[in-house]
Design a protein around this ligand. Structure first.
Ligand code: NAP
Length: 298
């Protein structure tokens, strides 16, 4: 039996896709999160807060590879610092981390914290791999759903996104975690670059709604950085699934073969505008994605 792979954030949107892939590859998995999750055969759950004073030694005992996916709107630099110090003490041999495209370019707190987390890994003395990914479709869905609640949707001109399917990110991360430490690897983004209005139009069409758009301009440096496309990846790897295909899955009747997103949820955290970019209003408090083809519209 191989040593367990520790997956921090293994109960989140991404983590819940990664864990079964590791299991399918024959690896025992230990999941770390604050609230815990269901213990299945081959999956051990450990509760700890990476931002608190919890002793991380039990979670890291006997672990050679850590896949660090736990994250939230704030504090990823501190949480990662705590984890990497404990990992070094525990003799971990490979730390793999999910960061975000634009971590070193977008002047928002979430991105700065991701960059700080990247540096904590790079300075840890533990061999590491970092993958930067674009925003997941699930997050764009939360954003679109929230904005569609407004009678008129403010749409910042010149802003584009390249959302990626979390399943593509999960598959790549598993490949990386099971390989040798590789340092910074090419970004992973979605197959198409969309103006934000196009993403919103797709959502409105898929949910049978109509809303007028109000063009707005994001001022200052943040607006300039986004309009310059610093959040995009023009030379990285490209995921396989499009935003349109994701929406089609969401609208498929629950229980149908294509209705694979039924029961899937976005992360437990309601994320601030920063995590999607400057255009977004805060996510709703539920953090829940589609539970059925009707419920996901909300
Ligand atoms: N979503 C995106 O579009 C996107 C894009 C690029 C990169 N990323 C990165 O990918 C990672 C996963 O994102 P996601 O969308 O899957 O997030 P998510 O759904 O919000 O899941 C976050 C996970 O981390 C755990 N967690 C959060 N804070 C923790 C803490 N202080 N201590 C221990 N566990 C903690 C959560 O469980 P508990 O709440 O039970 O602790 C949960 O399992 C994050 O690092 C995120 O920054 C996300």
């Amino acid at each position: 039996m191989s040593t367990p792979i520790l997956v921090t954030g293994g109960t989140g949107t991404l983590g819940r896709l990664v864990v079964p892939l590791l299991r399918a590859a024959g690896h025992p998995v230990r999941v770390l999160s604050r609230r815990g999750g269901p213990a299945d055969p081959g999956i051990q759950q450990v509760r700890a807060d990476l931002l608190g004073d919890d002793d991380l030694e039990p979670a890291l005992r006997g672990v050679e590879t850590v896949l660090h996916l736990a994250g939230g709107p704030k504090g990823d630099d501190r949480a990662t610092g705590n984890l990497v110090r404990a990992a070094r003490r525990a003799g971990v041999r490979h730390l793999a981390y999910i960061s975000v495209i634009g971590a070193d370019r977008v002047p928002l707190g979430y991105f700065r914290a991701k960059l700080g987390a990247e540096r904590a890994l790079a300075d840890s003395g533990v061999p590491w791999t970092i993958l930067r990914a674009a925003q997941f479709h699930d997050l764009v869905l939360v954003m679109a759903r929230t904005m569609a609640r407004l009678p008129v949707i403010p749409v910042p001109g010149g802003l584009r996104f390249q959302p990626v399917d979390a399943r593509d990110v999960a598959a790549r991360l598993v490949e990386l975690a099971l390989g040798a430490p590789a340092g910074p690897v090419p970004d992973l983004a979605g197959p198409r670059i969309h103006p934000i209005a196009e993403l919103l139009r797709g959502y409105l069409r898929a949910t049978g709604r109509r809303r007028p758009f109000l063009p707005v301009r994001v001022p200052g440096r943040i607006g300039r950085v986004y309009r310059a496309g610093e959040n995009l990846s023009l030379d990285g790897n490209i995921g396989t699934r499009t935003w349109e295909a994701f929406l089609a899955e969401c609208t498929a009747p629950a229980g149908s073969p294509a209705g694979g997103l039924a029961g899937r949820r976005t992360g437990p955290e309601a994320r601030p505008a920063e995590e999607h970019g400057p255009e977004a209003t805060p996510a709703d408090g539920s953090g829940q994605a589609p539970a059925s083809s009707k419920a996901w519209r909300r």
